[in-house]
Design a protein around this ligand. Structure first.
Ligand code: 6GU
Length: 260
């Protein structure tokens, strides 16, 4: 996969692309990342990338021309077939919210061009020209750069060959709609806190069933909203019912916290 990141702060990415998962993927030749300075595509002596908004209003707006020229320049470096396939993604708080299934979809692409928005906004004509608009959540960042890193990390770990197969199972469970079960490593007893006996039992069937139930318990506690979408067996639904009953008895929580 090749990803071009267009930004007015290209140096922002220097360390993250040389550490951890991004470094592994690049070293294995599975990912090529290029950062492009949008300012290199200005034509005035001040290299200005922003301007006042038409009609007035607070703040500055990112000019369309340097962004378009930067996009065109990265797409022209490649054969026509690639050019047509490329997804051009504008990172903006008004985009579609990024999630695991979107990450999986983008992980299947050959070429992605990311545009990091800035200032109070970006000229509307840029919004019209891109193929996708993505937000990473309901909060406002000062620019698209941290969002671009989130996007690239989530996609890179899904590329075939980046992680071992055992590790890649982890996010499948998220797609299934459950959070991870609690994990432990040595020592078995740490500051008075014990690892659950079942994990030391060597009984693989029991362990598998414990993991599944604990995943459900975690999800019930922390993200009941995603639990609603999970596909669950009757035994698992009964388990949730029991959790609901415990909660009703124990804490007397509101009806709206109930999941099933
Ligand atoms: Cl992609 N950009 C900005 N500026 N803020 C955001 C965002 C993106 N996603 C959430 N907040």
């Amino acid at each position: 996969m090749r990803i071009d990141i267009l930004s007015i702060f290209p140096g922002y990415f220097d360390i993250p692309i040389n550490e951890g998962i991004l470094k592994i993927a690049r070293d294995k030749g599975l990912l090529i990342i290029k950062t492009i300075d949008i300012r290199d595509f200005t034509e005035d002596k001040h290299r200005q990338v922003d301007d006042y908004p038409y009609g007035g209003g607070p703040g500055m707006v990112m000019k369309p021309d340097p962004v378009f020229k930067a996009v065109e320049s990265v797409l022209h470096e490649h054969p026509e077939s690639w050019r047509q396939q490329a997804r051009t993604v504008l990172l903006t708080p008004r985009g579609k919210q990024f999630d695991q299934s979107m990450a999986a979809e983008f992980a299947g692409e050959e070429r992605i061009v990311l545009i990091c928005g800035h200032y109070e906004g970006i000229d509307e004509r840029v919004h019209q020209k891109v193929s996708d608009e993505v937000s990473i959540g309901d909060y406002v960042l000062s620019g698209g750069e941290p969002a671009a890193l989130v996007f690239v990390d989530a996609i890179t770990r899904l590329l075939k060959g980046v992680l071992g197969s055992a590790e890649s199972l982890a996010e499948e469970s998220f797609i299934e709609g459950l959070l991870e079960y609690p994990q432990y490593t040595r020592p078995a007893l740490y500051e008075g806190m014990k690892v659950p006996d079942v994990l030391l039992s060597g009984d693989h069937a029991k362990i598998a069933s414990w993991k599944r139930m604990e995943s459900i318990r975690q999800t019930y506690k922390i993200r009941p909203d995603i639990l609603k979408k999970a596909s669950l067996s009757q035994a698992e639904k009964d388990f949730i019912k029991a959790l609901n009953e415990q909660k009703d008895k124990g804490e007397g929580k509101d009806e709206q916290d109930r999941v099933v």
